[in-house]
Design a protein around this ligand. Structure first.
Ligand code: FEO
Length: 170
């Protein structure tokens, strides 16, 4: 059994990860609607990664004999107007998720729950990568987004992203 507070936070994180998946699916659909299929693909792969994150939290809780409580997933609530919006909102969202992971880590540390801290290490690293990716996308868009030919090439580059299963195995 895990510390009660830690288990609650881990359970709540399942919902946050599914919300992330839903939010990025909304971003993906927005880009397909705007003819930027490569950006749409990039966020579709991101959606799959977020679903995987949720499943990893479920697996970890189950491995520790905890009961899972699934809550309703909120509707993606971010208004998207121009094609830079998802990139900016995506970075903000990842920074928020990083803060959530850090909060769980803090609770695990307080409870001397070293097993959960070790589990979360992967997510701490993953969040670093996700923030870097989100910042990189904004930089590229700012450099190339105004020139149709460059935007076409950037879209093609993002279209080549393929899904791969998470490196964390529980
Ligand atoms: Fe599950 Fe993008 O963090």
């Amino acid at each position: 059994m895990l510390d009660k507070k830690v288990a609650e936070l881990l359970n709540a994180q399942i919902n946050k990860e599914f919300y992330s998946a839903y939010l990025y699916l909304d971003f993906s659909n927005f880009y397909y609607d705007h003819g930027l299929d490569g950006f749409g693909n990039w966020y579709k792969v991101q959606t799959q990664e977020e679903r995987d994150h949720a499943l990893l939290f479920i697996q970890y809780l189950q491995n520790n004999g905890e009961k899972i409580t699934l809550e309703a997933v909120d509707k993606p609530g971010i208004a998207l107007v121009n094609t830079k919006d998802p990139l900016v909102e995506g970075l903000k969202h990842e920074q928020y998720v990083t803060s959530l992971i850090h909060t769980i880590y803090e609770a695990a540390h307080l409870a001397k729950d070293f097993r959960t801290m070790q589990f979360l290490d992967w997510f701490v690293k993953e969040q670093g990568e996700e923030e870097t990716n989100a910042e990189g996308l904004i930089k590229k868009y700012e450099l190339f987004g105004d020139d149709p030919k460059s935007l076409y090439m950037l879209d093609s580059e993002l279209g080549s992203r393929v899904y791969s299963a998470p490196s964390l195995v529980l």
